[in-house]
Design a protein around this ligand. Structure first.
Ligand code: ADP
Ligand code: MG
Length: 392
């Protein structure tokens, strides 16, 4: 576990300056409700206890805003003049697009100079939403520290960061990631209606159960193109369904399942069935969690397996390696449920495990996975944690 002192020392080594404040934004896992946050569905994510720290020093300036940015992702020190360099950074593929996009979107007339060191214990690009973490931590530190806002609307902050990722960075993500990174709560899942943005917290803590995160380490080269393809397929499925049924639906999740069977295109039918059934599974999960969660634990596990099956067969966003993780887990007695989580084509899986089995489960998984895939797994446990905050 990194300490405040470690972070400050690293900051001093990088910038030769005294650090003033430290902020933290978590990564996230979606418990269930995958690929439906851009279809108006209900999702059930939570913030994890790993994420991105931002160590900061700031001073006002009369003109020009200069930002010095450092992350171990490339061990490079970037000095950016926000007015002069904005466009060239946007067109680059550098990681500084994320913080620069957020600063550009939030900045009003103030000019300042800022030094930020980002430290992360969240694997980047593995579906735990490091992108939302870096956006939200940057937005939060600007609002609270630089602009001295005393109460920060974390829903507005999430929307702004999503807009930056969509428009400045150019990734068509839904609202879920930024929302949970900004609004996470210890030991609670967030039930978020992605159409209305209404949300509620659902308590989720079992002393005898561990949440295990399993990073497949599969390079996610297909992820962004396939993600955009799925989004288009969902739009097309909705349009086609409106045309053939002459009914109007706000979102794909609202279409009754029997109507979907009228779709002739096999791929559109499969995508729509996943979306509608996954949304249904979220609703069932919520019922289980609200009434008698202790008695329902095996049903909770089944819903996770069903979700994985659907992502594999109907939505076709899993991959062989993720399927292997789920297969091994399903055969293991101590595992209550497991599924891939995040956009897919690599990335992470999540398993609910009876705590006493941790050693044997991880040993078995590591061994069998490496034998079958020649890749190495990264396995860690996580607690459900708070969203973005200043770290004191
Ligand atoms: P995910 O959000 O699932 O982790 P993305 O591809 O959406 O994956 O975002 C990963 C990108 O976010 C990285 O390529 C990098 O640009 C940025 N990023 C993530 N972590 C860091 C970090 N620690 N420092 C700098 N940039 C980071
Ligand atoms: Mg991301």
């Amino acid at each position: 576990m990194i300490t405040i002192e470690d972070l400050k020392e690293k900051f001093i080594n990088i910038f030769n300056k005294k650090p003033e404040k430290i902020f933290f934004a978590p990564g996230r896992i979606n418990f269930i409700g995958e690929h439906i946050d851009y279809n108006g569905g209900k999702v059930l994510p939570f913030a994890i206890d790993k994420g991105i720290y931002a160590v900061v020093t700031f001073k006002e300036r009369k003109e020009n805003t200069i930002i010095h940015l450092y992350s171990e992702i490339d061990n490079n020190l970037y000095t950016v003049d926000l007015d002069k360099n904005r466009d060239s950074i946007q067109q680059s593929s550098l990681w500084i697009r994320y913080p620069v996009g957020v600063m550009d979107a939030l900045r009003k007339n103030q000019n300042f100079e800022m030094w930020i060191y980002y430290y992360s214990n969240l694997p980047a690009g593995s579906g735990l939403s490091s992108s939302a973490a870096i956006e939200v931590v940057t937005g939060y530190l600007l609002k609270s520290y630089v602009f001295e806002e005393t109460s920060i609307d974390t829903i507005d902050l999430a929307l702004l960061c999503q807009k930056v990722e969509n428009e400045f960075v150019g990734v068509q993500c839904g609202i879920m990631d930024q929302f949970v990174v900004a609004n996470g709560k210890e030991n609670h899942l967030i039930l978020l209606d992605t159409h209305t943005l209404n949300y509620e917290y659902l308590y989720f803590f079992y002393p005898e159960i561990q949440i295990v995160v399993i990073n497949s380490n599969v390079p996610r080269s297909l992820a962004s193109s396939k993600y955009n393809e799925r989004r288009k397929e969902c739009q097309l499925a909705l349009q086609t369904l409106q045309t053939i049924t002459k009914q109007s639906f706000l979102n794909l999740v609202e279409v009754p399942e029997n109507l979907v069977l009228e779709l002739k295109e096999e791929n559109l039918k499969k995508r729509a069935l996943h979306v509608i059934r996954e949304n249904q599974r979220v609703k069932e999960m919520v019922q289980l969690l609200k009434h008698n969660p202790k008695d329902s634990i095996s049903k909770i596990g089944h819903l996770l397996y069903d979700s994985h099956q659907s992502l594999k067969e109907l939505y076709e966003v899993s991959c062989q390696e993720l399927d292997i993780i789920i297969e091994i887990s399903q055969k293991f007695d101590g595992v209550i449920g497991a599924r891939m989580t995040g956009a897919g084509f690599g990335g992470c899986a999540l398993a609910l495990l009876k705590k006493e089995f941790y050693e044997t489960y991880t040993n078995q998984l590591l061994e069998l996975y490496t034998k079958k895939t020649h890749l190495e797994l990264q396995i860690f446990t996580t607690n459900i944690s708070d969203g973005v905050k200043e770290w004191k």
